[in-house]
Design a protein around this ligand. Structure first.
Ligand SMILES: [Zn+2]
Length: 312
């Protein structure tokens, strides 16, 4: 399995008290290096403007790439842009593109992008919710438009609804978007009634829902939808902020829940997509939970599919 990251992703400066801080990414990469043998590490390239433009309006590209702030500025109350943010955003989206190229080119079946800023709240024209570019949307459109795929599924288990990803694809039947998330919670979208053109499947969960309700939502609703869509590539918006230790939400999951879901997703990828999965780090704001959950996720990605993995 390939892992894509870049030191520039650590230099995106959100300020001294911001939850989305560089230590998050450092915790993930250190835990993966120490606890998951067999990963092939790669430096993420920069995304090109052509690749970004498939998902984003020129106005957002200009905001992120050309503002060149002298110091840190806030694009909204949550979303910072620092002098080093443009490079971080280019490397984060570039990781997603390189991972898709590697997986669809046959170099590996699985890839994980250990990057920040996260992406799934960014809409076509608006950076929001800690996100500048929508990395998973850039990846999906690269797979569709450059590699010629016709069906890409995005599984989003971040505790927040991926409103940006949904908005970019809600009229694009080539993409299935399946999300579990806490509701009520930022950004207050993701009701079950939001169906797009039949390609959006939302499973909102109440605060305190816990492992059983989370697994039931995936087992009964989200996984069958992905299976029925028969994706040629499975992308994952891997946020770990539904963990019980996370300070921003109350869904009360354990690291084992991420191993379980990743194994289920890997089985569907084996069935339809030649095992091909590209997973991207989204949220997750407790460092210990980030370490445990990213390790559980990566181990399941490594083992998932053909080889049964004993559940921890
Ligand atoms: Zn989140």
């Amino acid at each position: 399995m390939h892992v894509y990251t870049h030191p520039a992703c650590l230099a995106h400066d959100t300020g001294p008290t911001h939850a989305e801080r560089p230590q998050r990414l450092a915790a993930v990469t250190q835990a993966l290096r120490e606890r998951v043998p067999g990963l092939q590490w790669h430096e993420a390239p920069r995304a090109g403007v052509d690749a970004l433009s498939r998902a984003h309006a020129p106005s957002l590209l200009s905001t992120v790439l050309e503002t060149a702030p002298a110091g840190r500025i806030m694009l909204d109350p949550d979303t910072a842009l620092s002098p080093d943010s443009a490079e971080a955003a280019l490397r984060a989206a570039g990781a997603a593109i390189a991972a898709v190229d590697a997986v669809l080119g046959g170099a590996t079946a699985r890839a994980f992008c250990a990057v920040r800023p996260p992406g799934h709240h960014a809409t076509r024209d608006t950076a929001m919710g800690f996100c500048l570019f929508n990395n998973v949307a850039v990846a999906a459109l690269h797979a569709l438009d450059v590699h010629g795929l016709s069906r890409v599924a995005i599984a989003d288990f971040d505790v927040h609804h991926g409103n940006g990803t949904q908005a970019i694809f809600e009229r694009d039947p080539r993409v299935l978007f399946a999300s579990s998330h806490q509701m009520p919670l930022y950004p207050d979208t993701g009701h079950a009634s939001e169906r797009g053109v039949g390609n959006i499947v939302n499973a909102p969960l109440p605060p305190g829902a816990g492992s059983e309700a989370f697994r039931a939502a995936w087992e009964s609703k989200l996984l069958p939808a992905i299976d029925a869509f028969a994706p040629q590539l499975l992308l994952v918006s891997a946020g770990f902020d539904a963990h019980r230790r996370d300070p921003l939400a109350q869904l009360q999951l354990e690291a084992d829940d991420y191993a379980w879901l990743t194994m289920r997703l890997a089985a569907i990828a084996e069935q339809h997509a030649g095992g091909r999965i590209v997973s991207l780090l989204e949220g997750g704001y407790d460092l210990d939970a980030l370490r445990d959950c990213s390790v559980a996720h990566a181990q399941a990605l490594l083992a998932g599919g053909r080889t049964p993995l004993p559940m921890a």
